[in-house]
Design a protein around this ligand. Structure first.
Ligand code: KDG
Length: 352
């Protein structure tokens, strides 16, 4: 908590300083500190769906700080949280059109643009965060980032949303049968919808920005997100049960508009990319610190918290397997196998 709070204060100071605005003091041809051929300062509008206390936003402010410092103000970063610029799909489309420069959605909505990305949302694919880091920061992860270029998008790095757990206002999820008939909000992703249907739930896709009100008004009974999101977005105010299904490890992808990226000098391209990796490490660190801490906070806020047993998870795996087989057919068995092989390899390496 202390670290996140001090970063929050730091973030506020960065914002204040940015508002006071540092000039661009000019520099030599094509370098990091020149605003490109025109010498004008380039502005990045970076938008996310989560709020300004979430580790994702704190890390985005860190990225802003690094980029503005290393380009000596030739690049300015404006940051927007809480879906101020729209939901994940709308912001990603804005990047494609060049009307926005950066957004950091979960892999789930990206599958609407690059279907192979669905594999990252295969339930129970990653056994833990360390294996996920190894696969995403490795060859396979880079291969998937390269697939984004055809969509006029550039993937700079993977950040962490985290293991998703289920909250609802009806009952604790102890076994798969507890999903029966639950009206659950999901992200805009067909695999998520089909997997929850297979578990007996009644899922509905919805933009993140609409979720809190939908739970408050009972339009949906529940939803699924990582613990930091459940706590920092105040879901405990409108939900009674949280169950650690850990059914999907959700990566974020740091996206930039290809048109904007191609307009940067080579040195600026290196700076924004390396900064995304560096700030991504901070995002992961803060997120993992937050999970343990906020689980206790949710209990303190009166939520009924239950840990789902490995046996119950295994039962859920069996039930959704036919859906995964169907999607493997759709997105390409080889692609899916390549990811599973990378997971097994990473797991073996980490076990050494
Ligand atoms: O900022 C990211 C969010 O927009 C979104 O990806 C959060 O996991 C999420 C959800 O459930 O929509």
């Amino acid at each position: 908590m202390k670290k996140i709070f001090s970063l929050f204060v730091l973030a506020m100071m960065v914002l204040v300083l940015a508002a006071c605005g540092g000039g661009n003091d000019g520099a030599s041809e094509g370098s990091a500190t020149e605003g490109g051929d025109s010498g004008e300062t380039k502005t990045i509008r970076a938008g996310i769906g989560l709020n300004d206390s979430h580790p994702q936003y704190l890390a985005l402010l860190e990225w802003k700080k690094i980029v503005e410092e290393k380009t000596d103000g030739a690049i300015k970063v404006e940051t927007y949280h809480s879906s101020q610029l729209g939901d994940d799909r709308a912001m990603t489309e804005a990047l494609q059109l060049g009307s926005q420069e950066v957004t950091i959605p979960s892999t789930a909505p990206i599958a609407n643009f690059v279907p192979e990305y669905s594999v990252f949302d295969f339930p129970f694919l990653f056994p833990n965060e360390q294996v996920a880091d190894k696969v995403l920061d490795g060859e396979v992860g880079q291969k998937f980032l390269d697939k984004l270029e055809d969509q006029n998008l550039v993937g700079l790095a993977y950040w962490e949303n985290g293991f998703r757990d289920v909250t609802n206002s009806e009952r604790a999820i102890e076994t798969a049968s507890d999903f029966e008939g639950l009206k659950l909000r999901t992200m805009e992703n067909d695999l998520h919808l089909d997997a929850f249907k297979a578990l007996g739930a009644n899922p509905t896709p919805m933009a993140f920005g609409e979720l809190f009100t939908a739970m408050q008004q009972g339009t949906v009974d529940g939803q699924e997100n990582p613990i930091p999101t459940i706590y920092l977005q105040g879901f405990y105010e409108v939900q009674d049960y949280v169950s650690t299904t850990h059914h999907i490890y959700s990566p974020f992808v740091f996206l930039m508009s290809k048109e904007f990226f191609d307009g940067l000098t080579e040195e600026q391209q290196t700076i924004v990319t390396e900064a995304a990796v560096e700030a991504g490490a901070l995002n992961r660190e803060l997120n993992r610190e937050a999970v343990a801490e906020y689980a206790e906070e949710l209990k303190a806020e009166g939520m009924n918290y239950n840990d789902v047993t490995p046996e119950a998870r295994a039962e859920m795996v069996k039930i959704v397997q036919p859906v995964l087989d169907e999607y493997a057919e759709k997105i390409g068995k080889e692609t899916v196998q390549e990811v599973y092989d990378a997971v097994a390899e990473a797991e073996a390496e980490l076990a050494e």
